[in-house]
Design a protein around this ligand. Structure first.
Ligand code: NAD
Length: 497
């Protein structure tokens, strides 16, 4: 069985012998590799390596950092199919979707290619006689990234290109469920000319995460994953004096008003609900229909769901692949059972679906519920699978209130042809990322990504300008140089120039 090792100081490293975890191909249900699980000692060694590399990397010329990022950008673009295949083999998403994931990661690398411009400070001349003031942004030191299974290439790329370009060194703890895309990224970074020790990977579970949280030489942690773990990372990390950004889970609602283009709304709900088998933090999981919209929308959705091609991700024309593990598939099926028992109407039932030749794969079909109420578990919990709930409300105000009362606030969308209704939505909705006739409003790399409420802990959104701010500290310099005038001792605050 292939063993996936850590990546420390520019080479593959086995770490202390001991625990490992299984990696599966979700389409076949077969184990394809073992991944090493780091001990606290492995983490300590990695952080110390990164700390040493920081001493020189922090002073590397901006032009050099940019040229390494440009080289890395070219390599990722050239190897996009290799990354996508590695992704599909361990995550299960379709190859087409995996290529899209690599593309969105690539865009953050492109953003980081412009780091010299992004790190420019402010300058005010003559704030007092012969005195100038300016700001510089400096890297933090060793920063860590802890990432989820659902975007094993893109989410790490939301973090390390910017962190590294800002002059930090990086330790990545990827999801233990699909570790290979990170490994390939490490090889490409080395090929691009990144010095050893600047980018490192420790694989593993809670043991590795806790060791990073406790390590005194880790200055900051970026986390993306589920809300309970995000809250834990934020609480523990900040208590240990670290800067932390922790992005959590979601329950994304899409409102459909009666005047909406119902074909567009049906296409969008089905794409955003079942794309990547619902394993996206920006997936739509609740469709809120206002007035009589449901009666026109649901038959159109049903038609489209019936035509979805559910197949192994690498198969030509596959639209939806399997879920990540057998346990997760069973958990999702359990939610469908619960929704039925709690009285929701099943419009299409994804349970019991089989893909011929892949009977051991972790597949489940697409489920659509109607007449869901906020008290039901399928409404309250993040299912993270291909299950869409329809909640019918009478008035637009009720739909807005439903979203604003929800503890999550990652993404949301409204479908309407009424500009005033759309403007009201963008103004009143308590959610960080808002789509108007766009179901998955993921910001481009030159904006920043972040939800509100229980979908984020910490004050910085991820990547884009906020990423640069997260990975740097501002220093203000007040300089008098040269200053021929000496005023002598003055214990007061200066009142004039
Ligand atoms: P997860 O929270 O289970 O795991 C995320 C990371 O935390 C992994 O690296 C994992 O090894 C580690 N981890 C798991 N349990 C831990 C524990 N008890 N202590 C310390 N570390 C632990 O999430 P997941 O299942 O990999 O990913 C799916 C979740 O991520 C969903 O909730 C989804 O909404 C969320 N997500 C959010 C965003 C966002 O941008 N807000 C993006 C992608 C995914």
């Amino acid at each position: 069985m292939k063993l996936i090792n850590h990546w420390i100081d520019g080479v593959e490293a086995s770490g202390a012998p001991g625990r490992t975890g299984p990696v599966y191909n979700p389409a076949t249900g077969k184990q394809t590799a073992e991944v090493a699980f780091a001990t606290a000692e492995d983490v300590d060694l990695t952080v110390r390596t990164a700390k040493q590399a920081f001493e020189t990397w922090r002073d590397s010329a901006l032009a050099r950092r940019q040229s390494i990022m440009f080289a890395y950008r070219e390599l990722v673009a050239r190897h996009r199919m290799d990354l996508a295949r590695a992704l599909t083999a361990e995550h299960g998403k379709t190859l087409d979707d995996a290529l899209g994931e690599v593309q969105r990661g690539l865009e953050v690398i492109e953003f980081a290619c412009n780091i010299a411009h992004l790190l420019k400070g402010d300058y005010s001349e003559q704030v007092s006689t012969s005195v100038d003031t300016y700001t510089i942004r400096q890297p933090l030191g060793v920063v860590a990234g802890i990432t989820p299974f659902n975007f094993p290439a893109m989410v790490p790329m939301w973090m390390y290109p910017i962190a590294i370009a800002c002059g930090n060194t990086f330790v990545l703890k990827p999801s233990e469920k699909d570790p290979s895309p990170s490994q390939l990224s490490a090889e490409l970074l080395a090929e691009a000319g990144l010095p050893d020790g600047v980018f490192n990977i420790v694989h593993g579970d809670k043991v590795a995460v806790d060791a990073l949280l406790e390590h005194p030489d880790v200055a900051a942690i970026s986390f993306v994953g589920s809300t309970p773990i995000a809250r834990y990372i934020y609480t523990e990390g900040t208590a240990a004096g670290k800067r932390v950004q922790a992005l959590g889970g979601a329950k994304n609602h899409m409102i459909v008003l009666p005047d909406a283009d119902m074909d567009l709304a049906a296409d969008s709900a089905v794409s955003a609900g079942y794309g990547s088998a619902g394993e996206r933090c920006m997936a739509i999981s609740v469709v809120v229909t206002v007035g009589d919209a449901a009666d026109r929308l649901i038959p159109k959705m049903q038609e489209r769901i019936a035509k979805l091609k559910i197949a192994p991700g690498e198969e030509e024309g596959a639209e939806m692949g399997p879920l990540i593990t057998a346990e997760h598939r069973d958990r999702v099926a359990g939610y469908v059972d619960a929704g039925e028992a709690e009285g929701a109407t099943i419009v299409t039932d994804g349970r019991g679906m089989r893909v011929e030749g892949y009977e051991d794969g972790f597949f489940i079909g697409a489920t659509l519920f109607d007449n869901v109420t906020p008290a039901m578990s399928i409404y309250k919990d993040e299912i993270f699978g291909p299950v869409l709930s329809t909640v019918r409300v009478e008035h637009y105000e009720d739909a807005i209130k439903l979203i604003n009362d929800n503890p999550y606030g990652n993404g949301t969308a409204v479908f309407t042809n009424d500009g005033g209704a759309a403007r009201k939505f963008q103004n009143e909705i308590q959610v960080g990322m808002v789509g108007i006739n766009v179901p998955i409003p993921v910001p481009l790399s030159f904006y920043s990504f972040g939800g509100w409420k229980d979908s984020i802990f910490g004050s910085h959104a991820i990547y884009g300008p906020e990423g640069v701010h997260f990975y740097t500290r501002q220093k203000v310099v007040i300089s008098r140089w040269p200053d021929p005038i000496h005023r002598g001792v003055d214990l007061g605050f200066p009142q004039h120039g």
